[in-house]
Design a protein around this ligand. Structure first.
Ligand code: UGA
Length: 434
């Protein structure tokens, strides 16, 4: 099948590459000339484990193409994916200007029946708006379908190739057939393609992300309570998560959720509710709790240093909003960096993938270290903001010899409490005994 993907951001590039992998011919369209030139010359523009290999292979085999021309990109395409940014506008609602602009441009360019697919996370009712914009200039039949993506950064290729489910919103039998054929290779294990109307599909995406953000936030509050009641959140988490109605995943407490999706989608769903004259109270609470959770360890740090962080050197391990990505959008690390700098601390930071991105935002206000040990050298404390696997079993003997103080503030609960005691560390984590 011939497919076009408009927008070569994170979602677009993963979508385009993975559809090429199952034998489709895919052309990705982007207005950014420099980006398209880079992609055309075989250089990938995002970091995502496993993607580069697929990207290389499909370019070499002549199934994956890039262009800045919408007309050229959609030529003969049976399916046109819109994977465009929907940033939050000033009022918190998703801004549809990019999606609707492309929809308008698309109309006159359609030469034959095509299925236009909204892949971006968009508010309920967007498929209808896209439909109207395309109809302004279209002279042929077309359908607009909502097909939200549920990819997690860091494991996006796996999530795409083996999805738990595929959600497709359409009332058109013709579009349904096209989407069924496209996704058949991805649902061979019996994982379902769930068909529904467009509005329900659009809401499903927001509901899923908001539910997961709520699940994490609930556990963060349980963790905070554990600290006050002398309970251990690790035990509570296991005790709760083994109930199959609750499930083990997304129950890990920490210094809040970040990234480009949860914060934006929770906010957008709250705004959609407000616009519909419904006060979605849980979402307001989730946003409030997450905001304070990000800097949950700061009071402990201040207390440990008797209220004075001036001139104290703190090593920050992990900067990306989660492991296996270079993405720092809404990363809790950045909020902590701000707070610690305000207090006069000297920061030595390390992250395996995201330091270049952090440099663009934080500049030379912090020192960048090539390894976690370089950051810890002569530091007064370590602060862990992201659970990269390489931080899980560091050489504690080495650390003990290079740190000024054996104290770790861990926002991701990486270490066993007894082990840390044996090692002689003062160890603060989330929801556990100090
Ligand atoms: C999330 C969803 O998981 C995807 O299904 C969805 O497609 C995507 O948003 C999107 O809308 O595009 P992502 O933001 O990549 O994916 O990352 P997650 O793995 O969901 O993690 C989000 C945040 O929650 C991270 O900051 C992570 O540290 C935090 N988290 C996650 C916890 O604090 N505890 C947990 O137990 C799990």
């Amino acid at each position: 099948m011939k497919i076009a993907v408009v927008g070569t951001g994170y979602v677009g590039l993963v979508t385009g590459t993975c559809f090429a992998e199952t034998g489709n011919t895919v052309t990705c369209v982007d207005i950014d000339q420099a980006k398209v030139d880079k992609l055309k010359s075989g250089r990938i523009t995002i970091y995502e484990p496993g993607l580069e290999q697929l990207f290389d292979r499909n370019i070499k085999q002549g199934r994956l193409f890039f262009t800045t021309s919408l007309e050229e990109g959609i030529k003969d395409a049976k399916i046109i994916f819109l994977a465009l940014p929907t940033p939050p506008g000033a009022d918190g609602a998703a801004d549809l200007k990019y999606v609707l602009k492309v929809a308008e441009d698309l109309g006159p360019l359609l030469k034959d029946y095509a299925v236009i697919v909204d892949k971006s996370t968009v508010p309920v009712g967007t498929a209808e708006k896209v439909q109207k914009k395309i109809a302004l200039g279209a002279k042929v039949e077309f359908d607009v379908v909502s097909n939200p993506e549920f990819l997690r950064e860091g494991v996006a290729v796996d999530d795409f190739m083996k999805p738990d489910r595929v959600v497709v919103g359409t009332n058109s039998p013709k579009a349904r057939k096209v989407m069924e054929a496209l996704y058949a290779p991805f649902v061979r294990q019996g994982n379902p393609i769930i068909f529904m109307d467009e509005r329900s599909a659009e809401l499903t995406k927001y509901a899923a992300n908001s539910f997961l953000a709520t699940k994490i936030t609930f556990m963060n509050e349980i963790a905070n309570l554990c600290e006050l009641l002398g309970a251990d959140v690790d035990s509570v988490r296991k005790g709760v998560g083994t109930d199959s109605r609750i499930g083990k995943r997304f129950l890990f407490p920490g210094i809040g959720y970040g990234g480009s999706c949860f914060p934006k989608d929770v906010q957008a769903l709250a705004k959609s509710s407000e616009d519909a004259n419904y006060e979605f109270k849980i979402l307001t609470a989730v946003m409030d709790v997450n905001e304070t959770q990000k800097t949950r360890l700061i009071p402990h740090i201040k207390k440990y240093f008797n209220g004075n962080l001036k001139g104290k050197t703190i090593a920050i391990w992990g900067l990306s909003f989660k492991p296996h990505t270079d993405d720092i959008r809404e990363a809790p690390s950045l909020y902590n960096i701000d707070e610690l700098l305000k207090e006069g601390a000297i920061l030595k930071v390390h992250d395996p993938e995201s330091m270049d991105n952090v440099k663009k935002v934080v500049g030379d206000k912090v020192q960048y270290s090539h390894t976690p040990y370089e950051a810890a050298q002569d530091a007064d404390a370590i602060f862990i903001a992201t659970e990269w696997p390489e931080f899980r079993t560091p050489d504690f003997d080495k650390l003990s010899s290079i740190l000024k103080n054996k104290v770790i503030f861990d926002g991701r609960n990486l270490y066993d409490l007894n082990f840390m005691k044996e090692q002689g560390y003062v160890y603060y984590s989330i929801g556990r005994e100090v």
